[in-house]
Design a protein around this ligand. Structure first.
Ligand SMILES: C[S@@+](CC[C@H](N)C(=O)[O-])C[C@H]1O[C@@H](n2cnc3c(N)ncnc32)[C@H](O)[C@@H]1O
Length: 334
């Protein structure tokens, strides 16, 4: 995969909607002033809809070919058909996997030609994970829970497990629908870890078809893959996975964010969601937003990346003086 506009990591500029997702629009992009008055009016209407009722998901979005959608529902109807029509949905998932089947099984491959962001990404994740583990996985004796287990979802070639998870967890399971990636992960992890820190299970299935083992995991890590799931499958996955967390366990979702609405990538069949879009889905899952953090140090042309820590238990009330920072404290998704 090249560093083209269609790289899953590059913030696409192919749209005319009210989005500010683009870095620099391609020369073919129509400017606002060149638009007809009615199109300008439509944009203004959309802008007011965006600010008024994100809750209803009636946010506009665009695809990588410049097509605009008035709502996420409109886009999903077009991409996966009406409810109950499994043919189009099956094709959506098949196309997503086929795309990745054509990508080299390397760090550069799974990062869309941006292999050099690996270090910054892992460092950002490690700082986030460490804080969360100290807060949530420490037992009454002040040590971490006895035997820690993580699940790496859409693991690709095992990049995150190898560089991060295996150092903190006694066991890591990997889930990845592309067989060649999972084979590479198995190879990459063969010499990583130790007797007490190892990759255990390699599941070659897509997230939408997976139900993790009940009560097995302290952390379920979902990074750069949930954009392949439709909204309903997203919600359904987290609902199934809730029962697989141990007490104190949590989800980490680390994903690209567009500024508003959504951006559909026609090439790899994925969507980049905005922060409010994610929050609405988390709320539909009945998850609590425990902590969030922006990933720093990534190249400017890429989408912004955010980490969300989500719990199934209600976060405890935090009693702080007004002078303490309000950011990053546990909160229920509003
Ligand atoms: C951008 S790569 C990221 C891989 C890995 N998470 C990382 O950060 O190194 C996206 C991954 O999502 C996987 N993927 C595609 N469709 C998926 C699905 N339906 N369920 C789970 N993973 C999927 C791809 O095969 C690919 O390995």
């Amino acid at each position: 995969m090249s560093l083209s506009f269609y790289s899953p990591f590059v913030s696409t500029g192919h749209f005319h909607c009210n989005h500010q997702n683009h870095i620099s629009p391609p020369s073919t992009t129509t400017t606002t002033s060149a638009l007809s008055p009615s199109l300008n009016r439509r944009r203004k209407e959309r802008r007011s809809v965006l600010t008024r009722s994100l809750d209803l998901m009636d946010v506009c979005g665009v695809d990588s070919e410049g097509k605009e959608f008035n709502s996420a529902q409109e886009m999903w109807r077009e991409e996966i058909g009406e409810e109950g029509d499994e043919t189009k949905k099956t094709q959506w998932y098949r196309d997503g996997v086929s795309y990745w089947e054509g990508v080299e099984a390397s760090v550069d491959g799974v990062l869309g030609g941006y292999g050099h962001v690996n270090d910054a990404d892992i460092l950002g994740s490690e700082v986030f994970l460490k804080t969360l583990m100290q807060e949530r996985l420490v037992n009454v004796n002040g040590g971490t829970n006895q035997h820690l287990v993580a699940l790496d979802c859409g693991s690709g070639i095992g990049r995150i497990t190898k560089n991060l998870l295996i150092r903190y967890f006694n066991e890591v399971d990997l889930l990845e629908p592309v067989a060649q990636f999972l084979d590479a992960a198995r190879e990459n992890l063969a010499s990583a870890g130790s007797e007490t820190h190892k990759a255990t299970n390699f599941f070659c299935v897509p997230l939408q078809e997976f139900t993790p083992a009940a009560g097995r995991y302290d952390v379920i890590w979902v990074q750069w893959c949930i954009g392949h799931l439709t909204d309903d499958d997203f919600v359904s996955f987290f609902n199934r996975a809730k029962g697989c967390l141990k007490p104190g366990g949590f989800f980490v979702v680390k994903e690209n964010l567009c500024k508003n609405g959504f951006v559909l990538d026609k090439e790899d069949r994925s969507i980049t969601r905005s922060d409010p879009y994610f929050k609405q889905l988390f709320r539909r899952c009945g998850l609590h937003l425990y902590q969030t953090k922006d990933q720093k140090g990534l190249p400017q042309e890429l989408f912004a990346v955010k980490m969300y820590a989500l719990t199934i238990d209600t976060p405890p009330k935090v009693h702080r003086t007004r002078s303490k920072t309000r950011s990053n404290r546990p909160q229920i998704i509003k």
